[in-house]
Design a protein around this ligand. Structure first.
Ligand code: MF3
Ligand code: CO
Ligand code: CO
Length: 257
């Protein structure tokens, strides 16, 4: 078991792939509108990824059939390109990765299409906040499960539940490296975090209970109770000092926290 550490040169290259992933995530999120199908949005993402000189690390991964994962309302993650139409009032989770210059960037967001119920707005806010609380624990000397615990405690404190079947992960030359990063568990366990580790932290949070199932397409994960779910993800670099969020779009200043 070993977690790859990236040197300065490799980090410089990963910054580029991650900025690209974030920039494209924003562009594709802006393309999500009522009436469009998931397939149309995924095709648009595929074109944008290709135009940027990159590839999708999802396409063909264990046979995955899309460039992105687009998961609507009760869908949690891994929503495949389908004819489902986006409707006013939907919440849409978009997960976008690129391979660029040999390095992967992986990032996701959940967007509201028009007006949504206040409890669903809170679900999105709590999920995004839980990601940032987790990132704040992604510091040299902390243990991996400090990151996991930050998500779970905040989410549970707000009355929502964390999906347990899917986890975050190390990311670098390939999409999924060691370690696996659950969004639950007691603090103080697992490997010590070290500068040069690059981690994709990605809470998946359900409005109802934590149970999920996979649809007949073999990919699309949905909540068992049919209630909405949210997903936010950043690729993060452990440094000697503050954690650095690598998946910040081009032109957005890096706020050092
Ligand atoms: N992007 C997902 C993650 O964040 C993985 C998607 S793999 C796919 O780890 F095959 F479903 F695309
Ligand atoms: Co992802
Ligand atoms: Co990921």
């Amino acid at each position: 078991m070993s977690i790859p550490l990236k040197n300065a040169q490799e980090i410089a290259e990963m910054r580029k792939s991650c900025v690209l992933a974030a920039t494209l995530l924003k562009a594709v999120a802006d393309f999500i509108e009522p009436g469009r199908t998931i397939k149309e949005i995924d095709d648009y993402a595929g074109r944008r990824i290709q135009e940027a000189g990159a590839r999708s690390p999802f396409l063909g991964y264990k046979g995955y059939p899309g460039y992105t994962c687009i998961s609507v309302n009760e869908e949690v993650v891994h929503g495949t390109p389908r004819n489902r139409h986006i409707q006013y009032g939907d919440v849409v989770s978009l997960d976008l990765g690129v391979i660029y210059g040999g390095w992967v960037g992986d990032t996701a967001t959940t967007v509201a299409v028009g007006e949504i119920a206040p409890e669903v707005r809170k679900l999105l806010d709590v999920t995004e906040q839980s990601l940032h609380l987790a990132i704040d624990k992604a510091r040299s000397g902390n243990r991996l499960s400090d990151v996991s615990h930050a998500v779970e405690s905040f989410v549970q404190g707000n009355g929502f539940s964390v999906v347990r079947e899917f986890v975050g992960h190390g990311v670098g030359r390939t999409l999924h490296e060691e370690p696996q990063i659950p969004n639950y568990g007691p603090p103080g366990n697992g490997p010590k975090l070290k500068p040069g580790m690059t981690l994709a932290i990605e809470p998946m949070v359900n409005l109802g209970d934590s149970r999920v199932k996979v649809l007949a397409d073999g990919w699309t994960v949905v909540t068992a109770d049919g209630k909405p779910s949210a997903h936010f993800e950043h690729t993060v670099l452990i440094t000697e000092k503050e954690p650095e969020i690598l998946t910040i779009p081009e032109g957005v200043s890096l706020r050092r926290r």
